[in-house]
Write a protein that binds this ligand. Structure first.
Ligand code: FAD
Length: 486
């Protein structure tokens, strides 16, 4: 997403761009694959920033100016999420007032704390919007509702407002979207996303995110620019402290004084530029950052409509218990799946799969390290065993799935790594910890002149909306430098 949006922004602003993609299809995680008669979405559960029914969100405005809105249809999903725990379940609507009612109804003894926390997240979100619009950090709201929470985790803030462990879990439920448990994830990131999704709901792409990636390619190619697939970059050529071009995997030399790398900074610097040419300070900064978590996914094509299977919600979370921190810690040392999300794409739009069928994807956070320890001879059996465990737990919520399974595919963090080159199969680059948010993340300016980064590893973070924004920002910085140079 970062590379495509950078290229589309540059091309629509009169620059001639050549986009080089290693894979045979564009998009990285933003794509699809086909098994049997099913086309599976690889990644996207939740697209934020469109706000289809409210005031147009920032992603909507960016998509409009790039020409995406003319090419891709989006749908809004009504409910925010359904959360299932061993002894209760709850569905949170995507509407602030209705959600508050449901939450207070479920936890009447926590009504004040719940309202206070929802109000607090809304205020933080408003303050971020104000800051983005004005850039003025001296405003009272920006100081009190946003800057005051820098360095705070979700747990720091939520647990002061809400004491009941079950209510805390329900309100922390989407922590998986940010790859960290409540005691580690940035409150600011969580609150701004939660409040936005709560108000405007989840958007889904009609088709899959491959449709979005292909639309970016069309825009680039219509503007006198080119996209080459099956064309990986092996080396970045340099002259002094400037980039000069690239050497492709086919040994073709392509010269350019400017480039945006959507390849993670570790590989870009160590393998493509060469450690000796990168200033130590850049690596020192890189080493201060951890690698965010990957995913274990079970993609299922079912030969019955979702209504017959009793599936009513797009996103269902199936949890082992209420302590997300404990479950997350276990996933650092084991391939065993903990809590997971179940996305049923036909609930977002009925044509997600052929008539009379359903596409369902189970997705859990999974670290690469425990997978590295599995011997290659046991890898397939292990991933299938983990998938079986997730399926068993899903069947307790939606019985009878197994009888309707036509196609199943399982991916792990190693699959993510293989297809995108992201270290650890990370889906978010570096983790969304309180000291690694927005502009605190790795800079977009690379270690050599003319080189910029876009994508999950850099500002402003991992996820579709953020990576698209990072591409736009990288393109703007590049054009500014080019203008200054004359
Ligand atoms: C299962 C899953 C679920 C997710 N769910 C959501 C969600 O619901 N909402 C959300 O917002 N985000 C979600 N994400 C995260 C989101 O998909 C990513 O953060 C985002 O798409 C990453 O984009 P990126 O720009 O960093 O590039 P990447 O997707 O990492 O792509 C990098 C590209 O670089 C190419 N490349 C690598 N090496 C080379 C080379 N040497 N030469 C040329 N090309 C090269 C790769 O082939 C790839 O196309 C999910 C991710 C996964 C895996």
């Amino acid at each position: 997403m970062g590379g495509l949006s950078a290229a589309a922004t540059l091309a629509t602003n009169g620059q001639r761009v050549l986009l080089l993609e290693k894979h045979w299809r564009p998009g990285g995680y933003a794509g699809s694959f086909v098994r049997g008669r099913f086309e599976f979405e690889i990644a996207l559960h939740v697209l934020s920033g469109l706000d289809l029914e409210g005031k147009r969100g920032s992603l909507y405005r960016n998509f409009e100016s790039l020409g995406i809105m003319k090419r891709v249809d989006f749908v809004r999903v009504d409910n925010f999420y359904k959360a299932v725990y061993p002894d209760m379940e709850i569905t949170v609507p995507a509407n602030r007032e209705a959600a508050e009612e449901v939450l207070v109804d479920a936890f009447p003894h926590e009504s004040e704390g719940i309202k206070r926390f929802l109000d607090r997240m809304a205020a933080t979100n408003r303050a971020l919007a104000l800051l983005t619009r004005t850039g003025d950090i001296s405003q009272k709201e920006v100081k009190e509702d946003f800057l005051a929470y820098r360095g705070k985790t979700l747990a720091d803030v939520l647990y002061a407002d809400v004491k009941d462990a079950k209510a805390r879990a329900v309100l922390s439920q989407i922590m998986g979207y940010f790859g960290l448990p409540p005691s580690q994830v940035s409150y600011i990131v969580y609150a701004t996303a939660y409040d936005t999704l709560l108000r405007y709901g989840i958007a889904q792409i009609k088709g899959t995110s491959q449709t979005l990636s292909n639309a970016f390619v069309d825009i680039i190619e219509e503007k006198n620019s080119e996209v080459r697939l099956n064309c990986g970059v092996k080396k970045i050529l340099t002259e002094g402290n400037r980039v000069k071009g690239v050497l492709t995997e086919n040994n073709e030399k392509i010269l350019s004084d400017y480039m945006v790398s959507n390849v993670n900074p570790l590989t870009t610097c160590a393998a493509m530029i060469g450690v000796e040419k990168v200033p130590h300070s850049f690596f020192d900064n890189l080493q201060k950052h951890e690698i965010a978590v990957g995913t274990l996914n079970v993609y299922m094509g079912l030969d019955a409509p979702r209504q017959e299977l009793g599936i009513d919600e797009f996103e269902t979370f199936i949890n082992l218990g209420y302590d997300f921190d404990a479950n997350w810690s276990k996933s650092r040392i084991s391939v065993e799946p903990a809590d997971f999300a179940v996305a049923t794409y036909n609930c977002a739009y009925s044509e997600a799969s052929p008539p009379g069928t359903t596409i369902m994807v189970l997705c859990t956070l999974s670290h690469a390290q425990p997978w590295y320890k599995i011997p290659p001879s046991e890898y397939v059996a292990t991933k299938n065993r983990m998938a079986e465990k997730m399926l068993e737990r899903t069947e307790k919520v939606y019985p009878g799935l197994r009888e309707h399974m036509e196609v199943v595919e399982v991916s792990t963090p190693l699959t993510n790594m293989r297809y995108t080159g992201n270290p650890g199969g990370s889906i978010l680059g570096t983790p969304y910890s309180p000291n690694n948010v927005f502009l605190d993340r790795l800079p977009q300016e690379g270690p050599l002149k003319g080189l910029y980064f876009a994508g999950a590893w850099t500002q402003i973070g991992g996820g579709f909306q953020t990576c698209i924004t990072s591409g736009i920002m990288a393109a703007q910085k590049l054009m500014l430098e080019k203008m200054k140079k004359g």
